[in-house]
Ligand binder design. Sequence first.
Ligand code: NAP
Length: 205
Amino acid sequence: MSQILRLQGRVALVTGGGSGIGRAAALAFSRDGANVVVAGRRETELQETVMMICERGGDALAVPTDVSDSAQVRHLIAATLAQYGRLDAAFNNAGVEGFAPVSDMTEAEFDRVIATNLKGVWLSVKYQLEAMTAAGRGGAIVNTSSWLAHGASIGSAAYSASKGGLDAMIRAIALETGAQNIRINNVNPGIIDTPMARRLGANEE
Ligand SMILES: NC(=O)c1ccc[n+]([C@@H]2O[C@H](COP(=O)([O-])OP(=O)(O)OC[C@H]3O[C@@H](n4cnc5c(N)ncnc54)[C@H](OP(=O)(O)O)[C@@H]3O)[C@@H](O)[C@H]2O)c1
């Protein structure tokens, strides 16, 4: 008897899909039958994820994207619709670390963390909602926050602000999307063994 996959015919978009949590999520969406679009800045890593999905019999598309850039996010959604014709689920997981005591952190570094971790999710959600609302089929969006949204470690001010802001932002957006049958939630992981955690020595994230 052939297996019935619960996401067969659905389309899932994963930002930060070229590594770590995002790659694992992309593979999981595909295992459940979804066609998957992976986005991130580095094309080679995205293509590796696509290859892993295709080797397992799935279908995926890589769209190099910087989520802090509005035009690139709009292109990502357009490329998703052009390839698969719909968007059912999004995992806005792209994020950067950026840890330093406030006295040492530059203004440019603070802006970089907020631009990706907070504005990047705002832009992603904005254009994903536009596509989902226009289609009228509902949808589901999950964003990766962090335990550091509500916790702290020395040097986490910018990162904690970006993730705490993300939690506050999504609580507010959730009030707007219910009427369209679009669920939107954050996950707040603890330490997960990924390239980011390894860059940080697995003790600060
Ligand atoms: N690992 C942990 O312990 C932990 C705990 C709590 C929360 N998190 C969060 O989990 C998420 C995933 O991180 P990870 O641990 O899996 O580390 P990771 O492997 O470094 O993944 C981060 C991903 O985000 C992408 N990214 C970064 N800036 C981007 C941008 N401007 N535009 C598009 N993509 C961008 C990166 O790809 P490119 O560099 O190619 O753009 C990369 O694929 C992040 O939001 C992180 O804050 C991680």
